[in-house]
Write a protein that binds this ligand. Structure first.
Ligand SMILES: NC(=O)c1ccc[n+]([C@@H]2O[C@H](COP(=O)([O-])OP(=O)(O)OC[C@H]3O[C@@H](n4cnc5c(N)ncnc54)[C@H](O)[C@@H]3O)[C@@H](O)[C@H]2O)c1
Ligand SMILES: O=c1ccn([C@@H]2O[C@H](COP(=O)(O)OP(=O)(O)O[C@H]3O[C@H](CO)[C@@H](O)[C@H](O)[C@H]3O)[C@@H](O)[C@H]2O)c(=O)[nH]1
Length: 328
Protein backbone atom coordinates (compact mmCIF):
# COMPACT_ATOMS: atom_id res chain seq x y z
CA UNK A 1 0.00 0.00 0.00
CA UNK A 2 1.21 3.51 -0.77
CA UNK A 3 0.89 6.92 0.79
CA UNK A 4 -0.14 9.68 -1.62
CA UNK A 5 1.49 13.01 -0.75
CA UNK A 6 -0.14 15.96 -2.51
CA UNK A 7 2.14 19.00 -2.67
CA UNK A 8 5.09 16.70 -1.97
CA UNK A 9 7.40 18.87 -4.09
CA UNK A 10 6.77 21.86 -1.83
CA UNK A 11 8.57 22.96 1.30
CA UNK A 12 6.90 20.93 4.08
CA UNK A 13 5.78 18.17 1.69
CA UNK A 14 9.32 17.41 0.48
CA UNK A 15 10.57 17.09 4.08
CA UNK A 16 7.67 14.79 4.87
CA UNK A 17 8.44 12.58 1.87
CA UNK A 18 12.00 12.13 3.19
CA UNK A 19 10.65 11.28 6.65
CA UNK A 20 8.14 8.74 5.29
CA UNK A 21 10.75 7.07 3.08
CA UNK A 22 13.07 6.80 6.09
CA UNK A 23 10.26 5.05 7.97
CA UNK A 24 9.96 2.50 5.14
CA UNK A 25 6.70 3.82 3.66
CA UNK A 26 5.97 3.65 -0.07
CA UNK A 27 5.36 7.18 -1.29
CA UNK A 28 3.64 8.70 -4.33
CA UNK A 29 3.83 12.44 -4.93
CA UNK A 30 1.27 14.50 -6.82
CA UNK A 31 2.23 18.14 -7.43
CA UNK A 32 1.50 20.63 -10.20
CA UNK A 33 4.85 22.37 -9.54
CA UNK A 34 3.17 25.80 -9.36
CA UNK A 35 5.33 26.40 -6.29
CA UNK A 36 7.12 23.10 -5.78
CA UNK A 37 10.38 21.77 -7.23
CA UNK A 38 10.87 18.42 -8.93
CA UNK A 39 14.42 18.34 -7.46
CA UNK A 40 12.96 18.49 -3.95
CA UNK A 41 11.28 15.09 -4.36
CA UNK A 42 14.07 12.81 -3.24
CA UNK A 43 12.50 9.61 -4.53
CA UNK A 44 9.15 7.85 -4.86
CA UNK A 45 6.76 7.90 -7.77
CA UNK A 46 5.99 11.38 -9.11
CA UNK A 47 2.86 12.57 -10.92
CA UNK A 48 2.97 16.11 -12.26
CA UNK A 49 -0.51 17.59 -12.40
CA UNK A 50 -3.32 19.41 -10.66
CA UNK A 51 -5.63 17.95 -8.03
CA UNK A 52 -8.51 19.76 -9.69
CA UNK A 53 -8.00 17.38 -12.65
CA UNK A 54 -10.46 14.59 -11.75
CA UNK A 55 -9.19 12.31 -14.54
CA UNK A 56 -5.66 12.53 -13.24
CA UNK A 57 -6.87 11.71 -9.73
CA UNK A 58 -8.72 8.68 -11.10
CA UNK A 59 -5.49 7.58 -12.77
CA UNK A 60 -3.40 8.03 -9.61
CA UNK A 61 -5.90 6.12 -7.48
CA UNK A 62 -6.34 3.37 -10.09
CA UNK A 63 -2.64 2.83 -10.81
CA UNK A 64 -1.71 2.59 -7.12
CA UNK A 65 -3.08 0.97 -4.01
CA UNK A 66 -3.38 4.10 -1.89
CA UNK A 67 -3.81 3.56 1.84
CA UNK A 68 -3.80 7.20 2.92
CA UNK A 69 -3.37 10.73 1.62
CA UNK A 70 -1.15 13.40 3.17
CA UNK A 71 -2.61 16.62 1.75
CA UNK A 72 -0.25 19.61 1.58
CA UNK A 73 -1.19 21.09 -1.80
CA UNK A 74 -2.69 24.54 -1.33
CA UNK A 75 -2.06 28.25 -1.64
CA UNK A 76 -0.87 29.46 1.73
CA UNK A 77 0.03 33.15 1.87
CA UNK A 78 -1.85 35.28 4.35
CA UNK A 79 -1.29 38.62 2.55
CA UNK A 80 -2.06 37.27 -0.93
CA UNK A 81 -5.28 35.69 0.32
CA UNK A 82 -6.57 39.09 1.43
CA UNK A 83 -5.82 40.52 -2.04
CA UNK A 84 -7.25 37.57 -3.96
CA UNK A 85 -9.65 35.49 -1.81
CA UNK A 86 -11.25 33.61 -4.74
CA UNK A 87 -7.88 32.13 -5.67
CA UNK A 88 -7.85 30.62 -2.16
CA UNK A 89 -11.39 29.26 -2.29
CA UNK A 90 -10.54 27.72 -5.65
CA UNK A 91 -7.16 26.16 -4.92
CA UNK A 92 -7.85 25.23 -1.31
CA UNK A 93 -11.55 24.43 -0.90
CA UNK A 94 -12.35 23.15 -4.42
CA UNK A 95 -9.11 21.19 -4.49
CA UNK A 96 -9.89 19.49 -1.18
CA UNK A 97 -13.42 18.74 -2.37
CA UNK A 98 -12.07 17.12 -5.53
CA UNK A 99 -9.50 15.13 -3.61
CA UNK A 100 -12.09 13.88 -1.11
CA UNK A 101 -14.45 12.93 -3.94
CA UNK A 102 -11.61 10.92 -5.50
CA UNK A 103 -10.86 9.26 -2.17
CA UNK A 104 -14.51 8.33 -1.59
CA UNK A 105 -14.82 7.00 -5.14
CA UNK A 106 -11.73 4.81 -4.78
CA UNK A 107 -12.34 3.72 -1.18
CA UNK A 108 -9.41 5.57 0.43
CA UNK A 109 -10.34 6.19 4.06
CA UNK A 110 -7.44 8.07 5.70
CA UNK A 111 -6.16 11.60 5.28
CA UNK A 112 -3.73 13.85 7.14
CA UNK A 113 -4.50 17.47 6.33
CA UNK A 114 -2.31 20.61 6.57
CA UNK A 115 -4.34 23.09 8.52
CA UNK A 116 -2.99 26.24 10.11
CA UNK A 117 -2.73 28.55 13.08
CA UNK A 118 -4.43 31.09 10.80
CA UNK A 119 -7.69 29.23 11.52
CA UNK A 120 -7.84 30.92 14.93
CA UNK A 121 -7.55 34.60 13.99
CA UNK A 122 -6.87 36.87 16.97
CA UNK A 123 -6.48 34.41 19.86
CA UNK A 124 -8.72 34.67 22.91
CA UNK A 125 -5.82 33.52 25.10
CA UNK A 126 -2.21 32.38 24.79
CA UNK A 127 -1.12 29.65 24.29
CA UNK A 128 -3.84 28.65 21.84
CA UNK A 129 -5.63 25.31 22.42
CA UNK A 130 -7.43 23.34 19.73
CA UNK A 131 -10.84 24.10 21.25
CA UNK A 132 -10.33 27.89 21.32
CA UNK A 133 -12.43 30.29 19.25
CA UNK A 134 -11.78 30.21 15.53
CA UNK A 135 -12.43 33.47 13.70
CA UNK A 136 -9.87 33.78 10.91
CA UNK A 137 -8.62 37.29 10.10
CA UNK A 138 -7.81 36.31 6.50
CA UNK A 139 -9.34 34.22 3.69
CA UNK A 140 -6.47 31.74 3.81
CA UNK A 141 -7.35 30.71 7.38
CA UNK A 142 -11.04 30.74 6.45
CA UNK A 143 -10.49 28.25 3.61
CA UNK A 144 -8.50 25.90 5.85
CA UNK A 145 -11.24 26.01 8.47
CA UNK A 146 -13.82 25.26 5.77
CA UNK A 147 -11.79 22.19 4.75
CA UNK A 148 -11.61 21.00 8.36
CA UNK A 149 -15.40 21.16 8.45
CA UNK A 150 -15.65 19.36 5.10
CA UNK A 151 -13.48 16.62 6.59
CA UNK A 152 -15.73 16.33 9.63
CA UNK A 153 -18.82 15.82 7.48
CA UNK A 154 -17.01 13.39 5.18
CA UNK A 155 -16.02 11.35 8.21
CA UNK A 156 -19.65 11.20 9.29
CA UNK A 157 -21.06 10.45 5.84
CA UNK A 158 -18.40 8.29 4.18
CA UNK A 159 -16.19 7.11 7.06
CA UNK A 160 -13.12 9.01 5.82
CA UNK A 161 -10.95 9.40 8.96
CA UNK A 162 -8.75 12.47 9.19
CA UNK A 163 -6.10 14.15 11.28
CA UNK A 164 -5.94 17.91 10.74
CA UNK A 165 -2.64 19.40 11.84
CA UNK A 166 -2.74 23.11 12.59
CA UNK A 167 0.85 24.13 12.14
CA UNK A 168 2.19 27.37 13.42
CA UNK A 169 5.12 28.91 11.47
CA UNK A 170 7.12 26.27 9.61
CA UNK A 171 10.80 27.14 9.37
CA UNK A 172 14.30 25.65 9.09
CA UNK A 173 15.64 23.07 6.66
CA UNK A 174 16.50 19.38 6.67
CA UNK A 175 19.74 18.75 8.60
CA UNK A 176 20.98 16.65 5.61
CA UNK A 177 21.41 19.97 3.78
CA UNK A 178 19.77 18.70 0.54
CA UNK A 179 16.30 20.19 0.87
CA UNK A 180 15.04 23.46 2.29
CA UNK A 181 12.70 26.39 1.72
CA UNK A 182 12.56 27.86 -1.80
CA UNK A 183 9.44 29.88 -2.57
CA UNK A 184 9.36 32.12 -5.64
CA UNK A 185 8.77 34.91 -4.83
CA UNK A 186 9.70 34.47 -1.18
CA UNK A 187 7.38 36.08 1.35
CA UNK A 188 8.24 34.26 4.61
CA UNK A 189 10.13 36.06 7.32
CA UNK A 190 13.11 33.75 7.97
CA UNK A 191 14.16 33.12 4.33
CA UNK A 192 13.81 36.84 3.61
CA UNK A 193 16.07 37.68 6.57
CA UNK A 194 18.61 35.13 5.28
CA UNK A 195 18.43 36.63 1.79
CA UNK A 196 19.45 39.93 3.39
CA UNK A 197 22.35 38.12 5.11
CA UNK A 198 23.38 36.72 1.69
CA UNK A 199 23.38 40.22 0.18
CA UNK A 200 20.43 39.38 -2.11
CA UNK A 201 18.23 42.04 -0.48
CA UNK A 202 19.27 45.33 1.05
CA UNK A 203 17.11 45.15 4.14
CA UNK A 204 14.13 43.56 5.82
CA UNK A 205 10.83 45.43 5.78
CA UNK A 206 9.21 44.85 9.19
CA UNK A 207 5.44 44.82 8.67
CA UNK A 208 4.29 47.05 11.52
CA UNK A 209 5.84 47.98 14.87
CA UNK A 210 2.64 49.22 16.51
CA UNK A 211 1.14 45.86 17.53
CA UNK A 212 0.22 45.31 21.20
CA UNK A 213 3.44 43.33 21.89
CA UNK A 214 6.54 44.24 23.94
CA UNK A 215 8.52 45.61 20.96
CA UNK A 216 5.48 46.34 18.76
CA UNK A 217 6.24 43.63 16.16
CA UNK A 218 4.19 40.45 15.55
CA UNK A 219 4.92 37.35 17.58
CA UNK A 220 4.93 33.88 16.02
CA UNK A 221 5.71 30.33 17.14
CA UNK A 222 8.37 28.91 14.79
CA UNK A 223 8.41 25.14 14.39
CA UNK A 224 11.11 23.16 12.57
CA UNK A 225 9.98 21.60 9.30
CA UNK A 226 11.51 18.20 10.19
CA UNK A 227 9.51 18.15 13.43
CA UNK A 228 6.38 18.85 11.38
CA UNK A 229 7.32 16.05 8.97
CA UNK A 230 7.65 13.61 11.86
CA UNK A 231 4.24 14.66 13.24
CA UNK A 232 2.64 13.60 9.94
CA UNK A 233 4.04 10.13 10.27
CA UNK A 234 2.86 9.93 13.88
CA UNK A 235 -0.58 11.16 12.79
CA UNK A 236 -0.76 8.36 10.24
CA UNK A 237 0.20 5.85 12.96
CA UNK A 238 -2.64 7.20 15.08
CA UNK A 239 -5.11 6.73 12.23
CA UNK A 240 -3.84 3.18 11.69
CA UNK A 241 -4.07 2.46 15.40
CA UNK A 242 -7.42 4.01 16.28
CA UNK A 243 -9.25 4.90 13.07
CA UNK A 244 -10.49 8.04 14.84
CA UNK A 245 -10.40 11.59 13.50
CA UNK A 246 -8.62 14.33 15.45
CA UNK A 247 -7.21 17.85 15.26
CA UNK A 248 -3.85 18.94 16.68
CA UNK A 249 -1.83 22.13 17.01
CA UNK A 250 1.85 21.85 16.15
CA UNK A 251 4.20 24.48 17.54
CA UNK A 252 7.00 24.89 20.07
CA UNK A 253 4.90 26.84 22.55
CA UNK A 254 7.30 29.79 22.51
CA UNK A 255 6.76 33.04 20.66
CA UNK A 256 9.33 35.31 19.04
CA UNK A 257 8.71 38.80 17.72
CA UNK A 258 9.93 39.80 14.26
CA UNK A 259 12.66 41.88 15.92
CA UNK A 260 13.73 38.96 18.14
CA UNK A 261 14.03 36.70 15.09
CA UNK A 262 16.19 39.34 13.39
CA UNK A 263 18.39 39.64 16.48
CA UNK A 264 18.93 35.86 16.63
CA UNK A 265 19.62 35.75 12.89
CA UNK A 266 22.30 38.41 13.36
CA UNK A 267 24.02 36.08 15.87
CA UNK A 268 23.73 33.01 13.62
CA UNK A 269 24.83 34.69 10.38
CA UNK A 270 27.21 37.37 11.73
CA UNK A 271 25.48 39.85 9.37
CA UNK A 272 24.03 43.15 10.64
CA UNK A 273 20.69 42.58 8.78
CA UNK A 274 19.44 46.14 8.40
CA UNK A 275 15.71 46.70 8.72
CA UNK A 276 13.14 49.36 8.01
CA UNK A 277 9.70 49.68 9.53
CA UNK A 278 6.93 49.32 6.95
CA UNK A 279 3.11 49.28 6.98
CA UNK A 280 1.26 46.44 8.69
CA UNK A 281 0.41 43.55 6.34
CA UNK A 282 -3.36 43.04 6.06
CA UNK A 283 -4.66 39.90 7.76
CA UNK A 284 -1.81 39.47 10.29
CA UNK A 285 -2.85 38.64 13.88
CA UNK A 286 -0.52 40.17 16.53
CA UNK A 287 0.39 37.00 18.43
CA UNK A 288 0.16 33.28 17.56
CA UNK A 289 1.60 30.77 20.02
CA UNK A 290 0.56 27.11 20.21
CA UNK A 291 -0.25 24.77 22.97
CA UNK A 292 0.83 21.43 21.47
CA UNK A 293 0.11 19.41 24.61
CA UNK A 294 -2.54 17.36 22.87
CA UNK A 295 -0.16 16.28 20.06
CA UNK A 296 2.56 15.53 22.60
CA UNK A 297 0.19 13.33 24.59
CA UNK A 298 -1.84 11.58 21.87
CA UNK A 299 0.80 11.30 19.16
CA UNK A 300 3.84 11.14 21.47
CA UNK A 301 5.27 13.95 19.35
CA UNK A 302 8.53 15.41 20.67
CA UNK A 303 10.05 18.25 18.62
CA UNK A 304 13.81 17.71 18.19
CA UNK A 305 14.79 21.14 16.87
CA UNK A 306 13.00 23.27 19.41
CA UNK A 307 15.28 26.29 19.73
CA UNK A 308 15.07 29.28 17.40
CA UNK A 309 18.84 29.02 17.02
CA UNK A 310 18.62 25.44 15.65
CA UNK A 311 15.83 26.49 13.31
CA UNK A 312 17.83 29.46 12.00
CA UNK A 313 21.07 27.45 11.81
CA UNK A 314 19.59 24.70 9.60
CA UNK A 315 17.87 27.31 7.42
CA UNK A 316 21.12 29.27 7.14
CA UNK A 317 23.06 26.12 6.11
CA UNK A 318 20.53 25.53 3.32
CA UNK A 319 20.49 29.13 2.10
CA UNK A 320 24.30 29.51 2.19
CA UNK A 321 24.78 26.34 0.15
CA UNK A 322 21.82 26.97 -2.19
CA UNK A 323 21.75 30.76 -2.61
CA UNK A 324 19.45 30.36 -5.64
CA UNK A 325 17.36 27.62 -3.99
CA UNK A 326 16.79 24.65 -6.29
CA UNK A 327 17.44 26.94 -9.27
CA UNK A 328 21.20 26.47 -9.31
N1 LIG B 1 4.70 27.17 5.59
C1 LIG B 1 4.02 27.34 6.72
O1 LIG B 1 4.48 28.01 7.66
C2 LIG B 1 2.67 26.69 6.93
C3 LIG B 1 2.04 26.85 8.15
C4 LIG B 1 0.76 26.29 8.33
C5 LIG B 1 0.18 25.53 7.32
N2 LIG B 1 0.84 25.38 6.14
C6 LIG B 1 0.21 24.54 5.11
O2 LIG B 1 1.11 23.50 4.77
C7 LIG B 1 0.99 23.15 3.39
C8 LIG B 1 2.35 23.20 2.74
O3 LIG B 1 2.93 24.48 2.92
P1 LIG B 1 4.33 24.83 2.23
O4 LIG B 1 4.89 25.99 2.94
O5 LIG B 1 5.11 23.60 2.07
O6 LIG B 1 3.81 25.33 0.80
P2 LIG B 1 4.45 25.10 -0.65
O7 LIG B 1 3.83 26.14 -1.53
O8 LIG B 1 5.93 25.04 -0.56
O9 LIG B 1 3.91 23.67 -1.05
C9 LIG B 1 2.64 23.44 -1.61
C10 LIG B 1 2.83 22.52 -2.79
O10 LIG B 1 1.55 22.21 -3.35
C11 LIG B 1 1.62 22.30 -4.76
N3 LIG B 1 0.25 22.60 -5.22
C12 LIG B 1 -0.47 23.71 -4.93
N4 LIG B 1 -1.68 23.65 -5.48
C13 LIG B 1 -1.74 22.46 -6.14
C14 LIG B 1 -2.75 21.81 -6.90
N5 LIG B 1 -3.94 22.38 -7.12
N6 LIG B 1 -2.47 20.59 -7.44
C15 LIG B 1 -1.26 20.00 -7.22
N7 LIG B 1 -0.28 20.58 -6.51
C16 LIG B 1 -0.52 21.79 -5.98
C17 LIG B 1 2.65 23.37 -5.03
O11 LIG B 1 3.25 23.28 -6.30
C18 LIG B 1 3.65 23.13 -3.90
O12 LIG B 1 4.66 22.23 -4.30
C19 LIG B 1 -0.03 24.12 2.82
O13 LIG B 1 -1.28 23.48 2.78
C20 LIG B 1 -0.06 25.27 3.82
O14 LIG B 1 -1.30 25.90 3.84
C21 LIG B 1 2.06 25.94 5.91
O1 LIG C 1 9.15 40.56 4.91
C1 LIG C 1 8.51 40.25 5.93
C2 LIG C 1 7.83 39.00 6.04
C3 LIG C 1 7.11 38.75 7.19
N1 LIG C 1 7.05 39.65 8.19
C4 LIG C 1 6.29 39.34 9.42
O2 LIG C 1 6.80 38.15 9.98
C5 LIG C 1 5.77 37.37 10.58
C6 LIG C 1 5.77 35.99 9.95
O3 LIG C 1 5.35 36.12 8.60
P1 LIG C 1 5.44 34.93 7.53
O4 LIG C 1 6.76 34.29 7.59
O5 LIG C 1 4.98 35.50 6.22
O6 LIG C 1 4.39 33.88 8.10
P2 LIG C 1 2.85 34.05 8.48
O7 LIG C 1 2.19 35.13 7.71
O8 LIG C 1 2.77 34.12 9.98
O9 LIG C 1 2.21 32.71 7.93
C7 LIG C 1 2.87 31.46 8.00
O10 LIG C 1 2.45 30.82 9.17
C8 LIG C 1 1.05 30.53 9.20
C9 LIG C 1 0.75 29.83 10.52
O11 LIG C 1 0.99 30.71 11.60
C10 LIG C 1 0.74 29.62 8.01
O12 LIG C 1 -0.58 29.23 8.01
C11 LIG C 1 1.09 30.30 6.70
O13 LIG C 1 0.85 29.41 5.63
C12 LIG C 1 2.56 30.66 6.74
O14 LIG C 1 2.88 31.41 5.56
C13 LIG C 1 4.46 38.13 10.31
O15 LIG C 1 4.18 38.91 11.44
C14 LIG C 1 4.81 39.08 9.15
O16 LIG C 1 4.08 40.28 9.16
C15 LIG C 1 7.72 40.86 8.11
O17 LIG C 1 7.67 41.69 9.01
N2 LIG C 1 8.42 41.12 6.97
Amino acid sequence: MSILVTGGAGYIGSHTVVEFLAKGEEVIVLDNLQKGHREAVMTGKFYEGDIRDQQLLDRVFSENKVEAVIHFAADSLVGESVQDPLKYYDNNVITAQNLLAGMVKHGVKRIVFSSTAAAYGEPESIPICETDRKEPTNPYGETKLAIEKMLKWCDQAYGVKFVALRYFNAAGAHPNGHIGEDHQPESHLIPIILQVALGQREQLAVFGDDYPTADGTCIRDYIHVSDLANAHWLALQKLRRTDMSAIYNLGNGEGFSVKQVVEKAREVTGHPIPLKIAQRRAGDPAVLIASSKKAQQDLEWKPQFNSLEQILQTAWNWHKNHPQGYGK
